[in-house]
Design a protein around this ligand. Sequence first.
Ligand SMILES: *[C@@H]1O[C@H](CO)[C@@H](O)[C@H](O)[C@H]1NC(C)=O
Ligand SMILES: *[C@@H]1O[C@H](CO)[C@@H](O)[C@H](O)[C@H]1NC(C)=O
Ligand SMILES: *[C@@H]1O[C@H](CO)[C@@H](O)[C@H](O)[C@H]1NC(C)=O
Ligand SMILES: *[C@@H]1O[C@H](CO)[C@@H](O)[C@H](O)[C@H]1NC(C)=O
Ligand SMILES: *[C@@H]1O[C@H](CO)[C@@H](O)[C@H](O)[C@H]1NC(C)=O
Ligand SMILES: *[C@@H]1O[C@H](CO)[C@@H](O)[C@H](O)[C@H]1NC(C)=O
Ligand SMILES: *[C@@H]1O[C@H](CO)[C@@H](O)[C@H](O)[C@H]1NC(C)=O
Ligand SMILES: *[C@@H]1O[C@H](CO)[C@@H](O)[C@H](O)[C@H]1NC(C)=O
Ligand SMILES: *[C@@H]1O[C@H](CO)[C@@H](O)[C@H](O)[C@H]1NC(C)=O
Ligand SMILES: *[C@@H]1O[C@H](CO)[C@@H](O)[C@H](O)[C@H]1NC(C)=O
Ligand SMILES: *[C@@H]1O[C@H](CO)[C@@H](O)[C@H](O)[C@H]1NC(C)=O
Ligand SMILES: CC(=O)N[C@H]1CO[C@H](CO)[C@@H](O)[C@@H]1O
Length: 780
Amino acid sequence: MLHRLSFLILGSNSLTGVIPASIWNISSLIMFSIGDNKLRGIIPPNAFSTLPNLKRLFMEFNQFDGHIPSSIANSSGMSLLQLSANIFSGIFPPEIGRLRNLSRLDFAVNLLEAKEPKDLDFITALTNCSQLQVLALGFNKFEVVLPSSLCNFSTSLWFLYLGHTKMPGSIPKDIGNIINLQSLYLNNNLLTGTLPSSLNQLKNLRTFIVDENQIHGPIPWTIGNLTELNYFSLRKNAFSGRLPITLGNLTQLNALDLSGNNFTGSIPSGLFNIPTLSRIFYLSHNNLEGSIQQEIGNLKNLVEFHAESNKFSGEIPPTLGECQLLQSLYLQNNILTGIIPSLLNQLKGLENLDLSRNNLSGQIPMFLGNISMLYHLNLSFNSFVGEVPNFGVFANATAISIQGNAQLCGGIRDLHLPPCSSQVRKKRSLVIPIVVPLSAAIVILSLLCVYLCWRKSTTEIYSTTSMQGHPLISYPQLVRATDGFLAKNLLGSGAFGTVFKGNIGAQAGQSTSLAAVKVLKLQTPGGLESFITECEALRNLRHRNLVKIITACSSIDNKGNEFKAIVYSFMPNGCLEGWLHPDTNDQLAKHLHILQRVTILLDVADALDYLHCHGHAPVLHCDLKPSNVLLDAEMVAHVGDFGLAKILVETNSYFQQSTKYGVGNMVSTYGDIYSYGILVLEMVTAKRPTDSEFIGGLSIRQYVKLGLGGRVMDVIDTQLSLNLKNELQTTDDYSYKLKIDCLISLLRFGLSCSQEMPSSRMATGHIIKELHAIKEILHS
Ligand SMILES: *[C@@H]1O[C@H](CO)[C@@H](O)[C@H](O)[C@H]1NC(C)=O
Ligand SMILES: *[C@@H]1O[C@H](CO)[C@@H](O)[C@H](O)[C@H]1NC(C)=O
Ligand SMILES: *[C@@H]1O[C@H](CO)[C@@H](O)[C@H](O)[C@H]1NC(C)=O
Ligand SMILES: *[C@@H]1O[C@H](CO)[C@@H](O)[C@H](O)[C@H]1NC(C)=O
Ligand SMILES: *[C@@H]1O[C@H](CO)[C@@H](O)[C@H](O)[C@H]1NC(C)=O
Ligand SMILES: *[C@@H]1O[C@H](CO)[C@@H](O)[C@H](O)[C@H]1NC(C)=O
Ligand SMILES: *[C@@H]1O[C@H](CO)[C@@H](O)[C@H](O)[C@H]1NC(C)=O
Ligand SMILES: *[C@@H]1O[C@H](CO)[C@@H](O)[C@H](O)[C@H]1NC(C)=O
Ligand SMILES: *[C@@H]1O[C@H](CO)[C@@H](O)[C@H](O)[C@H]1NC(C)=O
Ligand SMILES: *[C@@H]1O[C@H](CO)[C@@H](O)[C@H](O)[C@H]1NC(C)=O
Ligand SMILES: *[C@@H]1O[C@H](CO)[C@@H](O)[C@H](O)[C@H]1NC(C)=O
Ligand SMILES: CC(=O)N[C@H]1CO[C@H](CO)[C@@H](O)[C@@H]1O
């Protein structure tokens, strides 16, 4: 029976023990996949002599040991060989070169070794594999110089991972011959010499990582030719010289790490015009000097900036406040002067701020206590004076360092500072009466602005009373369209209505004739109101991410009862609820990948932004949840079900309106934002906020917070983490890490949208900006 088996796929189980010898005899095998189990034992020396048809072998993430047999060459059609993360030892057989169809060879993370040059003959042999695309052999022990024959590798090679091998020598000078390389990892070796000039031929290079070697010399001027570079890291080498201005030509850079070298001169200003620069911008531990230019404010996506331990002078640029995604700012151990600029109060997401060992002066600004994410603040060894605040981050003596500032006072008791003199107090109490009228003036001004915006629109809303431009549909037409409201056409049912799929015939400018018909449950209390509300709300709303209302029906049914229905355009991909929580019996259920999830969230945010800020009048949805987000054929999200929506309308008097809706409006749009934040958490975790797990005080927010404390993979939707794990086998670990980072950002972002205090929640404009930043990272 087994002798005709072609595909044996047992990956990602918990299989233990050794592989039965008879399996190596199944000569018909084309694909053998046993990766990610707990299997052990050796590959029998002649194993491949009996596997002439084998093309794909997956054995990664097990505990296989022994040598990789040279009989490997007998499986002459082999194209994919995945042996990583085992404990294979010995020398890799050069017979591998006979596998002319080999496209992917990964034996990273093993105990393979090379003690003399001929032990790396397999590398020369691999130059005969003209289909080779991916080669990963990092985390082994190859203590001999890399043969220059490497430069003769197939030009189809795009991924080369040679990190953590203890390899000495220099980077082969003709490495630029492998012209289609996209990812080159040489990190954590013993490489010396300089960067070869042929590098500038690698026009497709996206990831170039040579961290932790002993490479010296300057960054070549021609680096600017590598315009696809996305991740560029030279961390911890012996590079020196000025940073070439051509770094500014790397306009796709997302991560730049030059830390731990001996670079001199100033930061090339072109670097501040790279909008994609985001997760990593590290210049620390060099000899850089000059000021940190104002242009740094252009880096709107910057998340981490490390410039510590250089010779930067001048003031902290206030424009850093414009880098609103900034989470970590490390400027310690420089010679910065001046005060902490007040514009830094815009850094709402700041978590780490280290300004220690500079020549900063002035008072410690109070706003640092209001940055709720801040949990590590080091201001020590400067010349700060005056009162230390006692709230926010300052309430926790272990979260802050302030020693080495001679003239500080106040703060919490644990800091053991002298109390501030009463004079300082008096000064502060003088400030208060000035502040109050000023803030009242701001409130009045903003209310006036809101009023002016609404007045224009509300007159329009009530001037149109019919379903704009659309003829109403009759009851018999709807009966025909839905085959008499037949159960097989039922799409779903909610508190206020039942939704059927219907064929209404092309009308009202619709090209497709399929529609969703919501028949209102008028006997339910509130049912009629929801019909009116929804018609009212949707009548004047037009947006790509709102469900489109085609027409409505207000009539008497065949039993003489009142009948009301709303007809929407049909959404072939159903509602988000179904995608996030598929029927557990549905083995074929499709899942949303991470980019799709972010795109959907962005669609919903666009819809909310329109409702809150750009429609005729502010509209509050009031019932945002996955079952009310519908997906069209292209997976574009449309927010629907406005049965509970509130339209904010003007009443006669300005003051009446402002008290009735001005404040109420703020609170309620924040209600939608709260629901949106919870939606974000549900999208990443695939847990309903009502999940039975969340009892006894544990909420979805707390559940996520616990996860963010170090066990993120535990709270992420298992479908997402499975996808990511699979992807890890086909992409590089950098893009894997990026995705994990994006998921973490999303979780943080969801938490921040759903904070208990309405005033600390984000506005829709800000939400959209954040999501675009996350989406951009995923695209990179
Ligand atoms: C595998 O095949 C060889 C040759 O046909 C045979 O001698 C051997 O017994 C087989 N081994 C097993 C475990 O079936
Ligand atoms: C396996 O390869 C070796 C070396 O090339 C060869 O001598 C042997 O005949 C091959 N065995 C089979 C079964 O093809
Ligand atoms: C290599 O692949 C080509 C194209 O798929 C195929 O025609 C050829 O037979 C393969 N070679 C071997 C040795 O299997
Ligand atoms: C590549 O293949 C050719 C032809 O089979 C052979 O002569 C040559 O020695 C091989 N080169 C290497 C480096 O194995
Ligand atoms: C690369 O291949 C060419 C042609 O086969 C050969 O002449 C050259 O010596 C090879 N270079 C290295 C460094 O092996
Ligand atoms: C590189 O950047 C400089 C200025 O930063 C610009 O003048 C030049 O055109 C750029 N070159 C390329 C090839 O983009
Ligand atoms: C760094 O560069 C400076 C000036 O070029 C030089 O004096 C110094 O020795 C270098 N330091 C190291 C550790 O190489
Ligand atoms: C920084 O402060 C130190 C000690 O207060 C002082 O010796 C030094 O001159 C100052 N440097 C600058 C550049 O102001
Ligand atoms: C900062 O927080 C304090 C105490 O929580 C509060 O009284 C003050 O209004 C806040 N200031 C700003 C600018 O948010
Ligand atoms: C704060 O900075 C000083 C000087 O750089 C350092 O010695 C100290 O360890 C830092 N404190 C913390 C908590 O990181
Ligand atoms: C105080 O800060 C430290 C260090 O950031 C943190 O580990 C600790 O949990 C904080 N304590 C409180 C009560 O927030
Ligand atoms: C092909 C190409 O873009 N060459 C450029 C490489 O970089 C140098 C210095 O920046 C330019 O002079 C070349 O034109």
